[in-house]
Write a protein that binds this ligand. Sequence first.
Ligand code: UD1
Ligand code: UDP
Length: 385
Amino acid sequence: MEKKIKVMTVFGTRPEAIKMAPIVLELAKFPKVITPVVAVTAQHRDMLDQVLNLFHIIPDYDLDIMAAGQTLFDITSKAMMGLDSVLTEEKPDIVLVHGDTTTTFAGALAAYYHQTTVGHVEAGLRTNNKYSPFPEEMNRKLTGSLADLHFAPTMTAQENLLRENVSADKIFVTGNTVIDALHKTVRDDFVFDNALLQNIDFENKRIVLVTTHRRENLGEPMRHVYKALKQLTEEFDDVEVVFPVHKNPKVRVVVNEELGHLAKVHLIDPLDYEPFANLMSRSCLILTDSGGVQEEAPALGKPVLVLRDTTERPEAVSAGTVRLIGTDCQRVYEEARQLLTDAQAYSHMSGSCNPYGDGMAAQRIIQAILYHYGIVAERPDIFKA
Ligand code: UD1
Ligand code: UDP
């Protein structure tokens, strides 16, 4: 029998875990040809474990690197050292990394130092501004430079890679695996187990869902956003804010100062992916600086105001369901107010669209790997929005 391909997935934060989970599950379906290995850095601890539990993923290696107040240097050096040992022991044929975090970049660099093939999932997104998002833009670009196979979620991402002279035969347009995960998760009959969410009157209240965590928004930009939220809840009786607050203490301190005492603002811990996705689908409007949420909400027909100055995800902006508004207090207030008062503006933004995926991305990625190793003869089909 031919040698099996050893495929090692490396991830460390919540969004990587959510988007890698469909791949880990798909890899397990090919035991005759694939030996899967899962290595997590645990750059995030609790927020990673939430996702591992949901998808029943038990890592083969857990580097457990997270520390309070960790710097980019801490994450990079600890991940590199830990992955060196794992790669020495496992000798995978290919390492799969996802996206743009520091775990992603360290995973790709560690694999490269071991002269191991690198597959980059969610490749080719660009703002072309090296400090926005920071450090994600360069993490993604550097990972792209190290990668041998590029799994671009959209045609736009493929075009970015082609412009950087990546060879066309190494790019596979697959859709984003986040839509695979979302399809497995959102249900009309979903019942929240969180007491606060159980008691929210989704029929008569309009829920504004908020998340913030970007490094470039820490401090004053976030404070401006929170002041706008306060103004909105004071103006609209039927509007309530649900805000699952990221575990980063630098986020938490400002959130608590600005919003901690407001009855109509519900500050809660990060939700498990399942309740979060179902909360998105029951919300009226989403304000976020998250990358993943920008991809999921359009599929659910929810307008998103993106609290950033740049986005590497232009597709939903072009489709009209996402608007890039930055963090200026007045602007955030006015943009949200318009959607809460102008039914036409709201309905213009709330038509659902699926520019990011069709739920088949993980399948295409595994088929692309099998094609690369000559196990299947055909390239997978291309995701078209
Ligand atoms: C990281 C990624 C970012 C990604 C985000 C997703 C980098 C540099 N940043 O940013 O690209 O969009 O994750 O959320 O890779 N913490 C906990 N428990 C957790 C997670 C975090 O306590 O489960 C706290 C820790 O104190 C940690 C801090 O949050 O030091 C910051 O975590 P870190 O991964 O450094 O940065 P994020 O802002 O989460
Ligand atoms: N998410 C979650 N629980 C929450 C908030 C977000 O499961 O309380 C999910 C969300 O659906 C998306 C992902 O986390 O899939 C986005 O993660 P995050 O915003 O932390 O990172 P980014 O996508 O910006 O890198």
